[in-house]
Design a protein around this ligand. Sequence first.
Ligand SMILES: O=P(O)(O)OC[C@H]1O[C@H](OP(=O)(O)OP(=O)(O)O)[C@H](O)[C@@H]1O
Ligand SMILES: O=C(O)c1cc(=O)[nH]c(=O)[nH]1
Ligand SMILES: [Mg+2]
Length: 183
Amino acid sequence: MDVLELYRRTGALLEGHFLLRSGLHSPIFLQSAALLQHPLYAEAVGEALGKLFEDEKVDFVIGPALGGVVLSFVVAKALGARALFAEKDGQGGMTLRRGLTVNPGDRFLAVEDVVTTGESVRKAIRVAEARGGVLVGVGAIVDRSRGEADFGVPFRALLKLEVPQYLSEACPLCRDGVPLEEV
Ligand SMILES: O=P(O)(O)OC[C@H]1O[C@H](OP(=O)(O)OP(=O)(O)O)[C@H](O)[C@@H]1O
Ligand SMILES: O=C(O)c1cc(=O)[nH]c(=O)[nH]1
Ligand SMILES: [Mg+2]
C-alpha cells in the first residue's frame, strides 16, 4: 500500500509551517482525518495495519482521540477485536469514558495515526495499562519519529517518514517569517 500517495490523493499531505502537538515546528503535516473520511481507504489502512499484528491475539485495540478513533475501529475490525479510544481529560492526560472498559489481563494493541514523539499514544497506553490491560504492540499509519519512539513492545508503521521538525527557537521557517499554522 502506497500510504504517502493516499495522503496526497486525499489532500491530507499539507506543506507550509505547522505547530505540532509536541510544540515542534515542521514544514509537513499529515492531516489523517482527510484520508480516513473515506471509508474504503480507512478500511484498507485498517486491514494493512492489522496484518502487521495478525499473529498477536488481541482482545482490544485502543487509540488516542480524535485521530485514533476511526483508526482503532478499522484495525479492530480487521483483527476481530473490540475498538476502544481514550479521550483527553482536560488536564493533559487521557481517560476512558462512555462505558468503555478493560478487563484485567486483556491483551491490547495501541494505534495512532501519526507518531511524532509518541507522547499521545503513550497516554492512551497508560490508560489501558492502569486498568489491567497488557500491551502487545503499537501500530501507526505514519512513524515520523525518526526512530526515536520506543514503547518497549514491537512498534510497526505502514510508512516511516523522514521529515524536518524543529524546536521553535531553532526553526528556520520562523526565522524567515513564514506564518505558523495551528491545524
Ligand atoms: O506523537 P505526538 O508527538 O504525540 O504527536 C502526534 C499526535 O498529534 C496528533 O494528535 P492531536 O492531539 O494533535 O489531535 P487529534 O485530537 O486530532 O488526534 C496526532 O493525531 C497524534 O495523536
Ligand atoms: O506531531 C503532530 O502533532 C502531528 C504531525 C502530523 O504530521 N500530523 C498530525 O496529525 N499531527
Ligand atoms: Mg491524535
